[in-house]
Design a protein around this ligand. Sequence first.
Ligand code: NAP
Length: 327
Amino acid sequence: MRTVLVTGASAGLGLALARLLVDHTDYRVILTARTRSLDRFTRAGIVASERVWLRGMDVVDPTQRRLVVEEANDRWGGVDIVVNNAGVSYRSVVEHVNDRERLAQMDVNFRSPMELIRLTLPRMREKRWGRIINISSVSGMMAMPTMAVYSASKFALEGATESLWYEVRPWNIKVTLVQPGFINSNSFQRVHLTELSARSVASEVDPYHAHYHHMAPFIERTMGRAFATPDRVARKILRIMQRKNPPLRVAATIDAWLFFMLRRFLPRKIYHYVLYRALPNVDEWGPPKTLAPADPVKDRISADPSTADPRTADTTVEPRPTECPRF
Ligand SMILES: NC(=O)c1ccc[n+]([C@@H]2O[C@H](COP(=O)([O-])OP(=O)(O)OC[C@H]3O[C@@H](n4cnc5c(N)ncnc54)[C@H](OP(=O)(O)O)[C@@H]3O)[C@@H](O)[C@H]2O)c1
């Protein structure tokens, strides 16, 4: 009987997968969640048993990670399948994330899964069998404005997982990235704001206010209309576990597949332009657009004091011209 460990199993996709695994008597199951969230298992009707362990594990806590894996090694001979599902998401433009916040995002979505993989790999290599399933996102293949660090964390996860795919194949350890797009769930309510993005959301005069003002309801609406549910994606993950040769990447929702196709077949310049134009109310983002279009050559000359003609130099401050996006 294989042993599966799931992180962040107390809500959303993790909880949906937990429910499936509990019913699936072929597996021994270790469901982990932050200690403060463990009571959600009881509320979801999941109870601990010989075959199902419920363990407190904040993925960023090295001691908790180690204790859970050591217990699995001692009593069940190791973890055979790891599902790195726990994730957080910061909503912020690049300019509004400080280093502490950036690290907090990377800690949960990238650094902790890597550490858990390092802890579980030795037993998998001994057994010449293992499965590592990292829950990535469509944001691991494309980036959206106001989701810069979230995307960065998933791109990092994708890169390292791709390396791992080659590295552990000789031991019959199969590695998969699951890429959901929008899931119909309320997880957008758990999105974190950074100190500066929270200020910008609250202030209509902040230069980035329109970015958040239009992106947040757009994402919320799209999630609300999404066809994919946590249960559907969880079933897909279960099928991946059961496959003899699971692929490296699995688009877990129809929109993820669509974005994959767009990115693969559209020339990059067109792809980025189309996506830019599709952003909600993008013409209202940034500085006012009522000014004359910019003349980049003239701007460069007049902005460079060394090329200015002192006789004709105008010392009044010009308003910033409209910035045209370049792709
Ligand atoms: N929802 C989507 O549309 C979507 C789309 C693409 C990818 N994904 C990915 O799918 C995965 C699951 O997302 P979801 O939608 O189910 O999100 P969710 O509903 O917000 O659930 C996230 C889970 O991660 C846990 N978690 C957060 N920080 C943790 C930590 N430090 N230690 C342990 N657990 C922690 C949460 O536990 P607490 O309750 O204790 O906070 C919660 O159980 C994530 O990796 C996410 O990036 C989701």
